[in-house]
Design a protein around this ligand. Structure first.
Ligand code: NAD
Ligand code: DAU
Length: 359
C-alpha cells in the first residue's frame, strides 16, 4: 500500500481517485482537513475498502510514526501543504509550520520507519515530495523555461517554504540515504480546485455576477497543466524515477492571466450565456497587484519526457473546457466550499475598493 498526505485537497484528491481507478493498491490518505481539505472531494472513494482516510497533521511525528508502523507502506507521497500564495503574504506562519516543520517531522518519521525495513523493502521504498515551479523564482519574457538545474530563487513566503522543504528532502537523501524523488510542477487546474485560485475563482465569480479581479496589468504568465496530467506524471515518477533526482512537470501551456480570464469568459458565454446577453468579460476588474508578484513561470519538462516517457494528455483548450463544464455541473460542491471561512477570506483579500483601478 501507499501513503498519500494532503489527499483531501485539490491535487491530492484527484491523485487518490485516479490511483484507485488505475491501480489495485490500497491508499492511506492522511490529511489535517484545513480550510482547503474537503472530504466531499473523496466522495468517489467513500465506499472503496482500499481507501483509508485518517485525519492527522504531518507535523505530528508521533502519529506519523505510529501510522507507518501500523500500515507499513511501500511509498509515501507528500502532497500536504499550505498552497495559496496570497494567504502566505497575509500570514506566513502556517506555511512555515506545515511546509517546513511538517515536512521535517514527516521525513524523520519516515526515516525511522525505513530503517526497520528489510533490505529488499528498504531498497524499493520511495518518499515522493510534490513541489512547485515557484521555487525557481521568476523569469523575464525571453528567458528559457526552468530546467531542473535552475537556481532556487523563491520570492514569496509560500515558495520560500516549499524551497525549504525541497532542500530538506534532498538532504535526507544525501545524508541518510532515504530514497526520495521530488517533482516540481507548474500551475494545475481542473475539477475540485478550491475557488481561491485564479481559474476557479473566475468561474464562480462570473456565474455569481461578481467582479473578476485581475491583479496588476494581467500580463503575468503561468504555465498551465490539467490536474490529471500532473497525477499521471507523479505515478510515472514513482514507478520509474531515479532516487535523489528531481523532475519538472509542465504542460507547455504558457498563458497571460488576462488571456486565461478572457478564455473562461468566452466559454461561459457559449455554455451558460448571461441573461442580459452581454459577455462575462464585462465583469473583468483590474485590482491592485500581489506584492512581490512573480512575472513569469515556464517549465521545461523535457527530462521527464526523455527519461520516463511522460507527456501530458490534455491541451489547454480541452482541459479548460472540461474544467468550466465541471464547475457548471457541480454547483452544490461550489456552494458547500463557500463556507463562512471562505467568505471571510474573500472579504479580506478583495474588499479593498481604494486598491482598484479602472476596469
Ligand atoms: P490544496 O491547498 O488544495 O490542498 C492541500 C491539502 O493539504 C489540504 O487537503 C489540506 O487539508 C492538507 N494539509 C494542509 N496542511 C496539512 C498538514 N499539516 N497535515 C496534513 N494535511 C495538511 O493544495 P493543492 O493545490 O492540492 O497542492 C498540493 C501540493 O501540490 C502542494 O504541496 C503544493 O505545493 C503542490 N503544487 C500545487 C500546484 C497547484 O497549482 N495547485 C502546483 C505545483 C505544486
Ligand atoms: O506554479 C505553481 C503554483 O501555482 C503552486 O505551487 C501554487 O500552490 C498554486 O497556488 C499556484 O500559484 P499561483 O500564485 O501562480 O496561482 P494563483 O491561482 O493564486 O494565481 C495565478 C495567477 O493569477 C497569478 O499570477 C496571480 C493571478 N491572480 C490570482 C488571483 C487569485 C489574479 O490576477 N487574480 C486573483 O484573484
Amino acid at each position: 500500500m501507499i501513503f498519500v498526505t494532503g489527499g483531501a485537497g485539490f491535487i491530492g484528491a484527484n491523485f487518490v481517485l485516479d490511483w484507485l481507478a488505475a491501480a489495485d493498491e490500497p491508499v492511506v490518505n492522511i490529511d489535517k482537513l484545513t480550510y482547503a481539505g474537503n472530504l466531499e472531494n473523496l466522495a468517489g472513494a467513500q465506499s472503496d475498502p482500499r481507501h483509508i482516510f485518517v485525519q492527522a497533521d504531518i507535523g505530528d511525528g508521533g502519529q506519523m510514526a505510529q501510522l507507518l508502523a501500523q500500515h507499513r507502506p511501500r511509498a509515501v507521497l507528500n502532497f500536504a501543504a499550505e498552497s495559496h500564495v496570497d494567504r502566505s503574504i497575509h500570514g506566513p506562519e502556517d506555511f512555515i509550520q506545515t511546509n517546513v516543520l511538517g515536512t521535517f517531522r514527516l521525513l524523520e518519521a519516515v526515516r525511522g520507519y525505513w530503517h526497520t525495513l528489510e533490505a529488499r523493502a528498504k531498497a524499493d521504498f520511495r518518499f515522493l515530495h510534490v513541489s512547485t515551479d515557484e521555487v525557481y523564482g521568476t523569469l523575464a519574457p525571453s528567458d528559457p523555461a526552468f530546467t531542473e538545474e535552475h537556481n532556487y530563487e523563491p520570492n514569496s513566503p509560500y515558495s520560500a517554504s516549499k524551497a525549504a522543504s525541497d532542500h530538506l528532502v534532498r538532504a535526507w537523501h544525501h545524508t541518510y540515504g532515504l530514497p526520495v524523488l521530488t517533482t516540481n510542477c507548474s500551475n494545475n487546474y481542473g475539477p475540485l480546485h478550491f475557488p481561491e485560485k485564479l481559474i476557479p475563482l473566475m468561474i464562480v465569480n462570473a456565474l455569481a455576477g461578481k467582479p473578476l479581479p485581475v491583479y496588476g496589468d494581467g500580463q503575468q504568465v503561468r504555465d498551465w497543466l490539467y490536474v490529471r496530467d500532473h497525477c499521471s506524471a507523479i505515478r510515472r515518477v514513482l514507478e520509474a524515477g531515479k532516487t535523489g533526482e528531481t523532475y519538472n512537470v509542465g504542460g507547455w501551456n504558457e498563458k497571460a492571466n488576462i488571456d486565461i480570464v478572457k478564455t473562461i469568459c468566452a466559454l461561459l458565454d457559449e455554455l451558460r450565456p448571461r441573461q442580459d446577453g452581454k459577455s462575462y468579460a464585462e465583469q473583468i476588474s483590474y485590482v491592485s497587484d500581489r506584492p512581490g508578484h512573480d512575472r513569469r513561470y515556464a517549465i521545461d519538462a523535457r527530462k521527464l519526457e526523455r527519461e520516463l516517457g511522460w507527456k501530458p494528455a490534455e491541451t489547454f483548450e480541452t482541459g479548460i473546457r472540461k474544467t468550466v463544464q465541471w464547475y457548471l455541473d457541480n454547483p452544490q460542491w461550489v456552494a458547500n466550499v463557500q463556507s463562512g471561512a471562505y467568505r471571510e477570506w474573500v472579504q479580506k483579500q478583495y474588499a479593498q475598493p481604494e486598491g482598484q483601478v479602472a476596469a
